[in-house]
Design a protein around this ligand. Sequence first.
Ligand SMILES: [Fe+2]
Length: 145
Amino acid sequence: MDPEERELLVAAAWLHDIGYAPSIGHLRFHPVDGARFLETQNAPERLCALVAHHSGARHEAEERGLTAELSAWAFEDSPVMDALCMADLTTGPQGQRFTFPERLAEILSRYGEGSVVHRSINRGLSEAHGHVDRTIARLALVQSR
Ligand SMILES: [Fe+2]
């Protein structure tokens, strides 16, 4: 990615799940709660949008009937979004390094079959694969130089 975007990626990686904090989780949909909170802190628009849409949030928003709330931010189809999602989708809840399949299995085991999260993950599976595959390809390109 553009080196000027690295700081944005790192900020989004640190902040993407801030919406889980009970004190700011008004909707109880953490991508939107997090983005709304960051807006109140005058965070850059792009950072808010990355947090709002991280890791297939739009699929869960559809399941929860919160597409209108999420649409306050544009979905960014970019290397930064890909890398953010790959980092999220290859890291466990305690910061463990996981492969993408291990992370998927971990998420699906925490949320029962038929749950909103379980359905959302399955709806967004090919998109999630795309984020991971494109980031792996970019990393391989950089490492081969
Ligand atoms: Fe998240």
